[in-house]
Ligand binder design. Structure first.
Ligand SMILES: [Zn+2]
Length: 374
């Protein structure tokens, strides 16, 4: 097997950590090893998942303790949290993180805290649905709302934002259309009424979502700012029927902004591999599918690497809540890549130097170059 442990990781898609106390006991720790929000799954089923079982064993080896979740949590709890985070990041060789603060935004660490606890640069990604929801509450009228939205996007790069992100897959689906201003205006009025009585609002109205995406895509194209789109599986909010990356085809054809389709579109990674092979500005991200697909990772990678140009594949962790998820995702990712690239060398598809170069590109260089962090 090729040894990929010395190759650093540019983690171009991740989320904030929670304070240590939030994941200190088995129930609150293991619940993050599933995408389900059902307490029965957290309690009864997750202990039987391969992701948790292997995770506990690997963490126990790293902590030099008994291979039970209780022992792992006790050993982890004896260390200062920042020191523990640093140990995991150093071991995983994660050397750069791009963070979307739109998930766990109530309890998770903010940008300042993330930078304080991680031993590497952390840069923000702007989730546009969260921005729009905030502005709907702040702005009285549709036209001032649209102006404020445009202004926030145009300032983003100067404020250090390195990518836009959309979760429209969760809200009204990836089949993004070009709605009329009139329909978007009507949708704004409906949401504004809700915002007036509740002080927060969920942007799930298709004409308004699609209208705002149109503005965002133009701004991103002008600046060649990458846009990350959630595609495929995710937490229980995601409806897989509207999350197939093929739904984005008409939007893909409208723009030349770099589009990074997240989570390998899992389970639609073949569809996504095809899109990356035919459109110059479409990239495939492997996060969430790594680590959650566990033993299925090599099968997925064999198909993706077989079709997608190797300069357009990006590893990330999509980690959230706790540093162990970052570490486990890095481990599953290096294992899967190593397994598949070793086979490719044995079969004569790649030379050994080409295989190592490919691993460096997927783990680090492709993301560094795309987000222009040279
Ligand atoms: Zn994510």
């Amino acid at each position: 097997m090729l040894d990929l442990r010395t190759i650093p990781i540019f983690d171009h898609h991740a989320h904030p950590l929670l304070p240590a106390e939030a994941t200190a006991v088995p129930q609150t720790f293991q619940r993050w090893f599933t995408e389900s929000s059902d307490p029965l799954v957290h309690k009864r089923d997750t202990p039987h998942s391969l992701f948790l079982r292997s995770g506990v064993r690997w963490l126990a080896e790293f902590l030099d303790c008994e291979a039970t979740l209780e022992a792992v949590l006790e050993a982890r709890g004896q260390r200062p949290y920042t020191q523990w985070i640093n140990a995991l990041f150093k071991d995983a060789r994660i050397e750069h993180v791009l963070c979307d603060y739109g998930y766990l935004s109530d309890d998770g660490y903010d940008a300042e805290k993330m930078q304080a606890v991680l031993p590497c640069p952390v840069q923000p990604i702007l989730r546009i649905e969260s921005l729009a929801e905030k502005l709907i509450c702040e702005q009285a009228a549709f036209f001032t709302f649209v102006e404020a939205f445009q202004e926030a996007l145009s300032k983003a790069q100067a404020e250090g934002i390195v990518a836009f992100k959309s979760i429209v897959a969760y809200r009204s689906g990836l089949e993004v259309k070009r709605p009329s201003t009139r329909d978007a205006h009507d949708a704004f009025n409906r949401l504004k009424e809700i915002a007036n009585c509740s002080d927060n609002v969920r942007l799930d109205d298709k004409p308004l979502n699609d209208f705002l995406l149109g503005i965002m895509v133009e701004e991103a194209a002008r600046r060649q700012m990458p846009i990350q789109f959630h595609t495929g599986f995710g937490d229980q909010d995601a409806d897989l029927r509207t999350a197939n990356p093929l739904g984005l085809r008409s939007l893909i054809e409208q723009t030349d902004a770099p589009l990074v389709l997240l989570h390998a579109g899992w389970p639609y990674y073949r569809e996504l591999a095809h899109l990356t092979a035919v459109y110059p500005h479409v990239y495939i991200d492997l996060s969430l599918a790594i680590p959650f697909a566990t033993t299925g990772i090599p099968t997925m990678l064999r198909e993706i690497l077989g079709m997608t140009p190797l300069n357009k594949i990006l590893f990330a962790t999509d980690a959230f809540t706790m540093p162990e998820i970052y570490w486990l995702a890095a481990r599953w990712g290096r294992w899967g890549l190593s397994k598949v690239l070793t086979e490719f060398v044995a079969e004569g598809f790649l030379t050994q130097p080409e295989a190592l170069h490919t691993a460096e590109a997927i783990l680090f260089a492709n993301a560094r170059d795309l987000y222009q962090q040279k």
